[in-house]
Design a protein around this ligand. Sequence first.
Ligand SMILES: *Cc1c(COP(=O)(O)O)cnc(C)c1O
Length: 363
Amino acid sequence: MRFPLATIDGDALRHNLAVVRQLAPDAKVIAVIKANAYGHGLLETARALASTDAFGVARLDEGLALRVASIASRIVLLEGVFTAAELQTAAQAKLDLVVHTFEQLQLLESFAAAGRFDVWVKLDSGMNRLGFRAEHFAAAWSRLQRCRCVATLRAMTHLAAAEDREGHATREQLARFERLTGLLGVERSVANSAGLILTSAARLDWVRPGLMLYGISPVPGLSAAQLGLRPAMTLMTQLIATRDVPKGEGVGYGAIWRAPVDSRIGIAAVGYGDGYPRNMRGGTPVLVGGVRTTVVGRVSMDMTAVDLTQLPQAQVGDEVTLWGEQLGAEEVAPFADTIAYELVCGISQRVAVEWKGSVIRDS
Ligand SMILES: *Cc1c(COP(=O)(O)O)cnc(C)c1O
């Protein structure tokens, strides 16, 4: 078996989609699988989640890769397209477009080829990233209504602080969205994972979960287990060496950790070349043979030292889990000053990937 190894559990993905449907039974689901399905594998994840109502990807290439693989579901390009040539390609591939700028609107107005688009018009309800500002939204909407190549219009926005339980910013964004889209009589979409978990008023017609589908909690202080989610990716490797380190000696580059007592150290075959961040602090939790211990010293490109002082039975070949089923990525991420999204997205090409769970072919 090759290590490091990311095992991806297709049954967990399907289970998490079922959790989304329980939380938002009246909404349709755009399963967000951008960035290689958050590191889980674009095509395999799409096949595992074939029962979703639509897929969401960030970029044209991602949508095309799904079509090339014969995935026939609705696919929403969450950033839309940026040139006339891309628009043409999107038409041929029958991709839904998010339209968030007047430049994109003009591309549609100038589109003379065959094909009509299902368009999601994005309001900037307060995040100031993408979307028409409130004062421009109505004008954009009516211009799109007059576009011959527009088949249907839907309205959407994105929440900037959906995971904030106080929800002040979310309430303001929802109020602005309601004011501008409430009377349009079209399908609407607001909520990402955290939004659909915490804010029932954000669920509306379509929800857009990403992170929670992968079994990771998007809400600080609420674990995946508390939300009924099952982590889909487990990143593991094995011990390739062990050694005794006398009190006072340093371990690894820069000797940033020195043994406070006579210690036993294991060297795990994983490093920043695999996407295990170099800035993982000492104290980062890992599991060795299922037992919790911590990283010591600097993570290097191919290796990471772990403390085995309390695990005298641990030996070369033992499995080391960096995150996954028994250790949530959301718990590990803060030790590298990051979020679980970045950890799972960041596993590198060098990591072997193995799928488990029942394999479902798309229809
Ligand atoms: C990435 C993304 C999502 C999914 O967000 P999660 O926090 O992973 O659930 C939803 N909507 C848009 C527009 C996105 O870009």
